[in-house]
Design a protein around this ligand. Sequence first.
Ligand SMILES: Nc1ncnc2c1ncn2[C@@H]1O[C@H](COP(=O)(O)OP(=O)(O)OP(=O)(O)O)[C@@H](O)[C@H]1O
Length: 336
Amino acid sequence: MAEVILENITKIFADTRALDNVSLAVPDGSFVVLLGPTGAGKTTTLRVVAGLERPDAGTVSIGGRLVTGFTPAQRNVAMVFQQYSLYPHLTVRQNLEFPLKSPILKTPRPEIDRRVKAVAEMLRIAHKLDNRATALSGGEMQRVSIGRALVRNPSIYLMDEPLSSLDAKLRADLRIELKRIQAHSGATLLYVTHDQVEAMTMATHVGVLDRGRIVQFGSPREVYENPASVYAASRLGQPRINLLPAGLFPHPPAGARTIGLRPEHIRQGDGQESSVIRVERLGDQTRLHLRFKDCELVTVTDAHTPLRPGDIVKISPANPYYFDADGMRIAHGETT
Ligand SMILES: Nc1ncnc2c1ncn2[C@@H]1O[C@H](COP(=O)(O)OP(=O)(O)OP(=O)(O)O)[C@@H](O)[C@H]1O
């Protein structure tokens, strides 16, 4: 596996600046997740690394080698797309073997059999190896697509929302499986998702993209606990961070326009009165929707809370975030 470095990458489509001077280092053996809303430039970043898009400016290097002008095949990357892309006339086994049969690789037959078997078992499709690809469910086809990447030994795996078409159970299983593969094999992954559970549980690093720019890069915990801006703070956390006018609570720091309150920043039981609008019981967690002055906010509470709509709860901020008029973080306030 290899370190991948993007330096000052700009990619323009007609009048869209999809990537704007992006610099990003994907360390060898890391699991980097790109987060951002639709159109932020996540897929374009993967395609530039894969060699499927040519950047208008900047360089890509893989394992210390400049590959900007290389074809996808010369880069030795394995890409998994959101939509499975299998050879429909081939069986599952033939689809999985395909990448290993390239004349360049010359993989010996026993080695092909061994790897296909291992990957098929891991992805729980071993019993379907002799089925045609077209005779599979959508979830099974996507597992074969992931398997086709995993049988290889590429410099880097590039995955574009590979789990989004799967059901919740399989998604949870494969999350653990992918993380295990990465941790044990030292694989390097660059991974795109909208799913913040995937980002929090699998990533060693998160890159937050905003309109073609990387606005924060760090461990998921760092980005969650120490967000640089309103935008970065809003990418992680469920329920989402509450963003309210800073003056709603006493003593905001100078220049603060917005106060950011994650559930753990809302102390319940003392402070100012809010009223319960809704109690949302999710099983392991109960969400409280509160009205505070003219605003609404969402926090979590004891799963078995007796609270009901209309009840009064006193709240006060505990170490909230403050942001300036441009949405940039200004200070970590201490309100007691
Ligand atoms: N081939 C293309 N031609 C024209 N515009 C494109 C092309 N590919 C991407 N874009 C534009 O570039 C911007 C970034 O697109 P990209 O697909 O990288 O975003 P994304 O973050 O992956 O979004 P999504 O989450 O919807 O996949 C968007 O405005 C998109 O419309």
